[in-house]
Write a protein that binds this ligand. Structure first.
Ligand SMILES: *Cc1c(COP(=O)(O)O)cnc(C)c1O
Length: 339
């Protein structure tokens, strides 16, 4: 069970100068308006019954690329100057962030390069190419791909758009918080998928500024919860990477983390961890009860309510962060298979 301790948290937030402010998020909101979707917030009757409070789903699955990362990427690219835009962008992500950068770059007429290793599956390579990005295959690991990014930044002056540890990216993700408060002014809690912390950190800045009594709960998988370990240690911690249904939540927070660790350790009221079985239940519930195709990372808020690992005391928003799951894996899970 979660013990809500927002009293202490927002008092400490007043004293710490945080790297992202409400003004940054309001600026992002104006900047990306019309370039990303203002996503629907829908009430879930079954989850409301389960929680004993009204529970709403914020459907970032409805963004054009099927995930919220478009908000941060769009805000970061729109914040560049003309010279930076002309030289172009580069990233090493092949997941939702890579898709977001490719999509936003195409929309804005900016060239984008996505570096990836030769081990990245063909369907992911094709998906990025289909969004108009140039694909560079280098080496045989994510580290090799990241080295190529740094080389292109150095040699060609490309701009790297990081997946989470960047003020403009975090401010873009934080716009979700503004939209939730417009729709639920008496908000009591937000359940947010947590990996690098750009999503949770951004939403927390917006919500704690405008409604400090609301609780922010980050949710990760037991298998490789790097931010949870880092908050506990007070510095970036590496965790063993394991296969998980919540693949978009994998990876570390970066040893030189500048932005998101400070936000998450100051503003999150709690972090809870889920088993693979619980995440699978969330994916199944989304499909059978809510008519939604949701990837593992996007299902963790639903899963936390179903598993009764979080107790909420009033109107609650769950961030359903993404839809991009391999269709064959999705089929097997909704038919009842475990991870
Ligand atoms: C990236 C991602 C997350 C986690 O976001 P962070 O900012 O890294 O914490 C959650 N869900 C989905 C679908 C994602 O793509």
């Amino acid at each position: 069970m979660t013990i809500m301790k927002s009293e202490t948290v927002h008092r400490s937030a007043d004293m710490v100068l945080l790297p992202v402010t409400l003004a940054d998020i309001e600026g992002a909101s104006a900047r990306i308006d019309g370039c990303v979707s203002r996503t629907p917030l829908v009430r879930s009757n079954s989850l409301s019954n389960c929680a004993g409070q009204s529970v709403h789903l914020k459907l970032e699955t409805h963004q054009p690329i099927g995930a919220f990362k478009l908000r941060g990427a769009m805000n970061a690219i729109l914040s560049l100057d003309d010279a930076q835009r002309r030289r172009g962008l580069v990233t090493a992500s092949t997941g939702n962030h890579g898709r977001a950068v490719a999509y936003a770059a195409r929309e804005l007429g900016v060239p984008a390069t996505v570096c990836m290793s030769s081990l990245v599956p063909a369907n992911k390579v094709d998906a990025i190419r289909a969004l108009g990005a140039e694909v560079r295959i280098v080496g045989s690991s994510q580290d090799d791909a990241q080295e190529e990014v740094e080389r292109l930044v150095e040699e060609r002056g490309l701009t790297s758009i990081p997946p989470f540890d960047n003020v403009d990216v975090v401010a873009g993700q934080g716009t979700i918080g503004l939209e939730i408060l417009e729709d639920i002014p008496d908000l009591a809690a937000v359940l947010v998928p947590l990996s690098g912390g750009g999503l949770a950190g951004g939403i927390a800045v917006a919500i704690k500024a405008l409604r400090p009594q609301a609780c922010l709960v980050g949710i990760s998988m037991e298998r490789g919860a790097a931010m949870n370990a880092s908050i506990a240690a007070g510095r970036p911690m590496a965790v063993r990477e394991e296969e998980t249904l919540a693949d978009s939540l994998g990876g570390g927070i970066g040893f030189n983390n500048r932005v998101t660790l400070a936000l998450c350790s100051t503003l999150l009221d709690d972090v809870i961890l889920l088993t693979e079985h619980e995440i699978a239940e969330g994916i199944r519930h989304a499909w059978h009860q809510e008519d939604l195709t949701v990837e593992g990372a996007g299902a963790v808020g639903i899963a936390a309510i179903l598993a009764k690992k979080v107790e909420v005391s009033g109107p609650t928003a769950i961030i359903v962060s993404g839809a991009n799951i391999d269709p064959k894996l999705h089929q097997r899970i909704i038919e009842g298979a475990e991870a």
